[in-house]
Structures are given as structure tokens and as C-alpha cells.
Design a protein. Structure first.
Length: 442
């Protein structure tokens, strides 16, 4: 019997050390290394730049293979839903617009529709106000999808598309600023209508955008769709079939990329969407590649909707309900201190009568009363079904407002998409969900 001249292993201050002269590593350490088959736990986050907000993922890894994923949310919690209980119904628009900060106009519209349903004035909303809501939401959908394309491209190494996506989004934000006075957090859509009409120079900018954007979309596709690295990083990555989507409550482009054409604008229309001509894009692969194609197609459909809405605005009309006990008195103008009521409007209110001034004061400070009851309103946001459950106790402030936020719901699909795959695909899969943590942690 011969013995090796080399010691197989020895204990040191740093742990067990192996002296290896050949052979397979697994055979050398099997039975002697107590941590040979243990997994590594890695924290991905919490950080902002690569996770669409502050998200923490606890990954259990076996080599580069992900065995378990746990999502930890709450780092951006703002208490917006609770704050709504301490403000009147109109002031709520200023809070909800800050939830999903990439699609503020959807937050506002869903909230306004819920309040109007409680008030029983849904049918009283003017045609022009409804058209403006559709116009603003579809522009917002395009800007949101552009941010998704830009950030996902950056996360997968496509730096150029990040620059181009944000460049085109800036044009939309410029349109929003022309109409609402702000690039984000507008509080523009309010119970009863919208804050003010769309100015003529905004219509000119929208027309230019409609002419420019199709060419830009073609450039994006030329840059990415045939690019071998992009296709390798997206095709058959983070697959989630339609059965899993339905079981997990996943909606929006992720569900449609798995083959189910579920879009609330078609299936449960609101804001007159049934009167517009547009399609619901779908794909069948249910992977990152499919979600990319669906979102690009949705931008094209939104451009069609924007064009139809702009054409309808040629017919003038009021943008707020006629009931002066609900209609927020506003004729906004941009002054040295930002946007507020125009001086002419203030002078008119002050000069009409004491009763008129008192009514204005009470409406703005106290607000209108909403009959007791509860409603649920769902709309199709860029990330899926955005639902508002609003409860009134008959007062001037909400008793409770709760949002069914698609980012929060869709994030629970991440383990199903990532477990069993590579750690690099966690980034691609998570990005393809398009979560916005401001909405998730409202």
C-alpha cells in the first residue's frame, strides 16, 4: 500500500486548505469539505440605479444559478394613501400623482373617475374633458414605455438606446409642461374634468411629435431587433406563460406578451375608449423579447389614439362640469412664482359679491361633500391594471383610498421568472416587468 507524499488537507487560521496534485475538484473535496454543497445568499440592492426605484432582492445562488428569490419592498414608502384621509377630495389629486411617478396622469385619472362615480356625475363629464384625459394618458403611456426601453437597454448594456429613449421622452414632458405647467406630478386631471384646456401651441407640438415618433421607433428597431447580443439577452429569458400570469395576477404588457389580449381599454372601456380605433398587441413567447415587442407595438397604437384625440379637440367645449358646487374654480396662468390662478380670475372672484367669495373660499378650503359609499375603478396603465378602491363616509375627505398597483402585484412574478435561471437574467427579467417602486410603495 502506497501513501501520497502530499497532505490532502490541513486546517489553518483561514480555514481548510487543500493540496491538490491532480484529479477532479469535486472528488477531492467531497466528504471532507462541509460547505461544498452550501448555497450563497447575495443581496441585490437595495439601490436605485438598476432597479427602477429602491428594490432589494435576496438571491440564493448555487454558482451562477438562482435557486431562490425573495423581493423586499417598502424602501420608498411615502404614506400617500394615508395622507389622502387628511385632505379634501380635490387635493387628493396632488398626492396620487406622485405614486407611480412615470405615469402620473394615470394615477390622477383613476382617482378622478372613482370620485366622480361616488358623486354620481360620471355621465356629466364633458366630452372635451374626457378627450383630453385620453390624449394625456396615451402621451404618458408613450413616455413611460420610452423610459422602460431606455433603462432596460442600459441594464443590458445598450447605452445608446438609453440616450435615445430619454431624448424622445423629453419632448413629451415639454408638451406636458405646456399644458399643465409641470413636467411631472401635474394634479391636472381633477374630479369633474381637467384643470384647464389644452393651449394651441401644445397642439402644434403634439402634431410635430406624431410626425417625428414613427421614424424614431424604426431607428430603435434597427438598433436592437437584429442585434445578436440583444436577442441573446432577451429571447427565452425570464419566461412566464399565460397560466402563470393569470395565477399571479400579472396584467399589462407582461400578460399580453404571453398571448392573452386583456386590455381594460377594450375589455372594460372607460373614458370613451370604445369610440377609438386601436388594436391590442400580443405575443406568444412570454419572454423578455416578447415584452419588448409588445411595448414597441403599444407605442404605435398610442400614437394612433393621440392623433384621433387631437382631431376631436378641434370642436371646442368646456373642460369641467357645470355644477359650481363641484367644479374647482380655476383659470390658471404662469406667473413669476410658478403656475396659479390668473390675476384677472382672482380679481373677478374678489369683485363679484361677498357670497361668491365665501363660496369660493369654502370650496377651496373645505371642499365638496361626497355621498357615503364605496367604488372600485380600474384603468389600463402602462404596467397593467391600475385600480382605485375609494370609500366615502359622506364627508369632505376620503375615508379610505387604496390603489391596486400593478408594479406591486407584478413583482411577485419575479421568483417564478428567475429561479432556475442565471443571475444575469434576474436583471433582464426584473426590468421586463417594468416596476416603478414609487407606485409599489405608496
Amino acid at each position: 500500500m502506497t501513501t501520497s507524499n502530499y497532505a490532502t488537507e490541513r486546517e489553518t487560521a483561514e480555514g481548510k486548505v487543500f493540496t491538490v496534485t491532480g484529479g477532479d475538484w469535486d472528488q477531492v473535496v467531497s466528504g471532507t469539505d462541509p460547505i461544498n454543497d452550501e448555497r450563497i445568499v447575495v443581496n441585490m440592492g437595495p439601490q436605485h440605479p438598476s432597479t427602477h426605484g429602491v428594490l432589494r432582492l435576496i438571491l440564493e445562488l448555487e454558482g451562477e444559478t438562482v435557486r431562490e428569490v425573495r423581493s423586499v419592498v417598502g424602501y420608498l414608502h411615502t404614506g400617500i394613501e394615508k395622507n389622502l384621509e387628511y385632505r379634501n377630495w380635490v387635493q387628493g389629486s396632488t398626492f396620487v400623482t406622485r405614486m407611480d411617478y412615470l405615469s402620473p396622469l394615470f394615477n390622477e385619472t383613476a382617482y378622478a373617475l372613482a370620485v366622480e362615480k361616488l358623486l354620481g356625475i360620471t355621465d356629466d363629464i364633458t366630452e372635451r374633458a374626457t378627450t383630453i384625459r385620453v390624449l394625456m394618458m396615451e402621451l404618458n403611456r408613450i413616455s413611460s414605455h420610452l423610459v422602460w426601453l431606455a433603462t432596460t437597454g442600459m441594464e443590458l448594456g445598450a447605452i445608446s438606446i438609453m440616450l435615445y429613449g430619454f431624448r424622445e421622452r423629453e419632448y413629451i414632458l415639454d408638451i406636458f409642461e405646456t399644458i399643465t405647467g409641470l413636467r411631472m406630478n401635474h394634479a391636472y386631471v381633477r374630479p369633474g374634468g381637467v384643470a384647464q384646456d389644452v393651449p394651441d401651441d401644445a397642439i402644434v407640438k403634439i402634431r410635430k411629435f406624431l410626425k417625428m415618433m414613427p421614424k424614431k421607433l424604426k431607428e430603435y428597431e434597427d438598433l436592437l431587433s437584429g442585434q445578436p447580443i440583444w436577442t441573446e439577452r432577451t429571447k427565452n429569458v425570464a419566461v412566464l406563460d399565460v397560466t402563470a400570469c393569470v395565477a399571479l395576477g400579472v396584467t399589462g404588457p407582461v400578460l399580453r406578451s404571453a398571448g392573452l389580449a386583456w386590455d381594460l381599454r377594450k375589455t372594460m372601456p372607460y373614458c370613451g375608449y370604445e369610440t377609438y380605433e386601436f388594436d391590442v398587441p400580443t405575443h406568444t413567447d412570454g419572454d423578455v423579447w416578447g415584452r419588448y415587442l409588445v411595448r414597441l407595438a403599444e407605442i404605435r397604437e398610442s400614437l394612433k389614439l393621440v392623433e384621433q384625440a387631437v382631431d376631436r379637440l378641434a370642436k371646442p367645449g368646456p373642460v369641467m362640469v357645470s355644477d359650481k358646487k363641484i367644479a374647482w374654480p380655476a383659470q390658471l396662468a404662469i406667473g413669476v412664482d410658478g403656475m396659479g390662478n390668473s390675476l384677472e380670475h382672482v380679481a373677478k372672484i374678489m369683485g363679484q359679491s361677498m357670497e361668491s367669495l365665501i363660496h369660493h373660499f369654502k370650496l377651496v378650503t373645505e371642499g365638496f361633500r361626497v355621498p357615503p359609499g364605496q367604488v372600485y375603478v380600474g384603468i389600463e396603465s402602462p404596467r397593467g391594471e391600475l385600480g382605485v378602491h375609494a370609500v366615502s363616509d359622506g364627508g369632505t375627505r376620503p375615508y379610505r383610498v387604496h390603489y391596486r398597483e400593478p408594479s406591486f402585484v407584478n413583482l411577485q412574478a419575479l421568483p417564478a421568472m428567475a429561479e432556475g435561471g442565471l443571475i444575469a437574467d434576474v436583471i433582464a427579467g426584473g426590468a421586463s416587468l417594468d416596476p416603478v417602486m414609487g407606485g409599489c410603495d405608496r
